[in-house]
Design a protein around this ligand. Structure first.
Ligand SMILES: *Cc1c(COP(=O)(O)O)cnc(C)c1O
Length: 397
């Protein structure tokens, strides 16, 4: 077969290097800082803290590790409860299990797709009545969209429960002019290969309050007490970020704002070319927020569109294009089948609805206009075909 007939793969969200990463890596090699500490790590932490406008940050081996340390710092223990958004990646909730604690899942609201303040309020009220308020609330900012932070933070304040912000997908986004991830007692970011900037794998934990990040750094370095010998009085982890990878992160952070602009441009193009198709609705951007549009996400109402999410996924796969459904809500996962779940309202289950109708499109910041047109054309052709055959069927019957 003619090689040129095989269409090149379009990935959902591949890494996008700036070219300067190699320079920081070379510095690490030249100075022999090939370790999970060193000048790149220190600088990356300071540069992230400055970018976000927070006091302190610690670079870690993953976003999951950052969340785990956040729960350790908040003293989450076996048998405790932790509230968590249901519509998210499993990494948001796994650290709750690491601590032997119990997750309680909170539904989304339609306006942000993130934690529903209504459901959160009902859950806090309910659990308080039962005398078992959670040790923490983990609020996720999905696909770059900030959760309704004013309402969520106010509820956490009212019930005196610490808020942790999972901003793994929302680095570079803002809520009312303040950077996403900086609204809780602690905030976490991820630099996994698919995120808006990457170190191939890595994460960051941030906080304003003095002492929290020092404690995290201590726990992330095997909890070594101050002593000339190796002495340990509590259990720690090996969670630090390599000085080589921190170098990649420094170069990536320099271009973060460009990456946000590129992903927003990609979103707007999709919106122009798909947003007006019947039954297609783009993920909203709530008023007062700026989303990094990490992934362009939309919902498809099959009755209006004539096609289902699954049919679109299949059509894209046939064109060698990677696309995905929206995250499967965690309260529907076999792993969490015994967990408590609070829907938005008794008869309105927003996360399940979004899972049934949601689609994520290729959104990498290096996606070319030509590649994006391939995605758009595949979808438009499928919709046109479905509507033509649909009308023919109607005229026959
Ligand atoms: C990617 C991601 C994480 C985990 O980050 P890792 O660096 O992959 O451990 C956590 N939460 C959400 C919402 C994510 O998308």
């Amino acid at each position: 077969m003619d090689k040129s007939l095989v269409k090149s793969r379009i990935f959902l969200s591949p890494p996008h290097m700036s070219g300067k990463e190699q320079q920081y890596i070379n510095d690490a090699f030249k100075t022999n800082w090939i370790a999970p500490l060193g000048p790149n790590v220190d600088a990356f932490e300071q540069e992230m803290a400055a970018y976000l406008g927070v006091n302190e940050a610690v670079a870690l081996s993953s976003g999951t590790a950052a969340l785990h340390l956040a729960l350790r710092i908040l003293d989450v223990q076996a048998g405790d409860r932790v509230f968590c958004s249901s519509l998210t990646f499993v990494a948001s909730a796994n650290p709750i299990l690491y601590q032997g604690a119990e997750p309680v899942f909170i539904d989304s609201e339609a306006g942000t797709w993130n934690m529903s303040p209504l459901a959160l309020e009902r859950a806090l009220h309910d659990e308080l009545r039962k005398g078992r308020l959670p040790k923490a609330v983990i609020a996720v900012n999905l696909y770059g969209q900030s959760a309704n932070m004013d309402a969520i933070a106010a509820l956490c304040e009212l019930y005196q429960v610490p808020l942790v912000e999972d901003a793994a997908e929302s680095l570079g986004s803002s809520y009312k002019g303040k950077k996403s991830g900086t609204f809780g007692r602690l905030g976490i970011y991820s630099f996994n290969g698919n995120k808006i900037i990457t170190t191939s794998g890595g994460g960051m934990l941030i906080a304003d309050e003095p002492g929290a990040i020092a404690q995290a750094r201590f726990l992330a370095t095997q909890a070594r007490d101050v002593a000339p010998h190796y002495q340990h009085s509590t259990m720690g982890y090996n969670y630090r970020l390599s000085n080589i990878l921190a170098g990649v992160g420094r170069a990536q952070l320099e271009v973060l704002d460009d990456r946000v602009a590129a992903r927003r441009r990609i979103f707007h193009r999709y919106e122009q070319m798909l947003g007006s198709l019947p039954g297609f609705t783009m993920m909203p951007e709530a008023e007062g927020t700026m989303s990094n549009r990490w992934l362009t996400t939309l919902t498809i109402d099959k009755n209006e569109a004539g096609v289902s999410v699954n049919e679109v996924l299949q059509a894209l796969a046939a064109e060698n294009i990677e696309a995905r459904p929206v995250w499967k809500p965690l309260h529907l996962q076999p792993l969490f089948r015994n967990s408590i779940y609070y829907p938005h309202e008794a008869k309105e289950n927003v996360s399940e609805q979004l899972f049934a109708t949601g689609l994520c499109l290729p959104s990498g910041s290096a996606l070319t206009e030509e590649e994006q047109m391939r995605v758009v054309t595949s979808i438009r052709e499928l919709v046109e075909y479905a509507n033509r055959t649909g009308q023919q069927l109607k005229s026959i019957s």
